[in-house]
Design a protein around this ligand. Structure first.
Ligand SMILES: C[S@@+](CC[C@H](N)C(=O)[O-])C[C@H]1O[C@@H](n2cnc3c(N)ncnc32)[C@H](O)[C@@H]1O
Length: 224
């Protein structure tokens, strides 16, 4: 049987990720640390260390509910969705304020078309076009973290990480964790001192150091 060639995606992969085009360089471990990778052939605004961190962090804590704030192109979302679907040990949901710009955009490696299939087949996976600060989203998250008492990891990677931490940190139970991306780029200790103090947040060691060592620009917190 001949495959239908017309089904092939016409877009050239990686037009906007050329700074990570490794075709003419000898790859070293340092390349693993560079941000804005292609993962599973689609776009992910993380380095490869982020996958390793999340894989281990999840296996250590056995979270029951994982929330990604900011889906963008969706390949980190697709990784976490597959982790949820394969293990069937946590519910994963990702939030994006506008799915049209990146999520469904094949030309810039959006992975939404594939995520859509995953969420149809697994009750553990869902994506939402919604504002993370809306009352609907907040009450849904609160219902699952508190009424449902799910052990939770929140990953703040939307448009305003400081506000995301400020709004979501108060929901944390002692066993929950909250992680931010772009540490010391868009958000730093100086900018969130008051949030840490008001919510009794501390860095979650040793993972917070591991995040730095792998160049992820992630930082992770727990209640003290
Ligand atoms: C840095 S990108 C996310 C990258 C993604 N987590 C990854 O690792 O590939 C941030 C995304 O957050 C979305 N965003 C910004 N404000 C938001 C809000 N209030 N609610 C939901 N999503 C938001 C933006 O549209 C953008 O796509």
């Amino acid at each position: 049987m001949k495959y239908d060639k017309s089904l092939l995606n016409p877009y050239i992969q990686g037009k906007d990720i050329d700074r990570n085009n490794f075709s003419d360089v000898i790859i070293t471990p340092n390349h693993m640390f560079s941000i804005c990778q292609r993962f599973m052939g689609a776009g992910m605004s993380q380095n490869f260390g982020a996958i390793m961190i999340l894989e281990h962090y999840n296996s250590i804590h056995d979270f029951q509910y994982v929330i990604e704030i900011g889906s963008e192109k969706g390949c980190l979302s697709t990784y976490l969705a597959n982790l949820a679907g394969m293990t069937e040990r946590f519910f994963f949901e990702t939030y994006e304020i506008s799915k049209q710009s990146h999520w469904y955009n094949r030309e810039i490696e959006g992975a939404g078309h594939w995520f859509e299939k995953l969420e149809k087949i697994s009750p553990f996976i869902s994506s939402h076009e919604a504002d993370i600060f809306s009352d609907d989203v907040l009450s849904h998250v609160e219902e699952n973290m508190h009424d449902n008492n799910l052990k939770t990891l929140i990953f703040c990677d939307g448009g305003n990480k400081i506000k995301e931490l400020e709004v979501y940190a108060p929901l944390l139970k002692p066993e929950d964790r909250i992680m931010v991306h772009d540490w010391n780029i868009e958000i730093s200790e100086a900018s969130i001192n008051h949030i840490m103090k008001d919510n009794n947040l501390v860095y979650d060691e040793p993972m917070s150091h591991s995040c730095g060592n792998l160049g992820t620009t992630m930082m992770v917190f727990r209640k003290s």
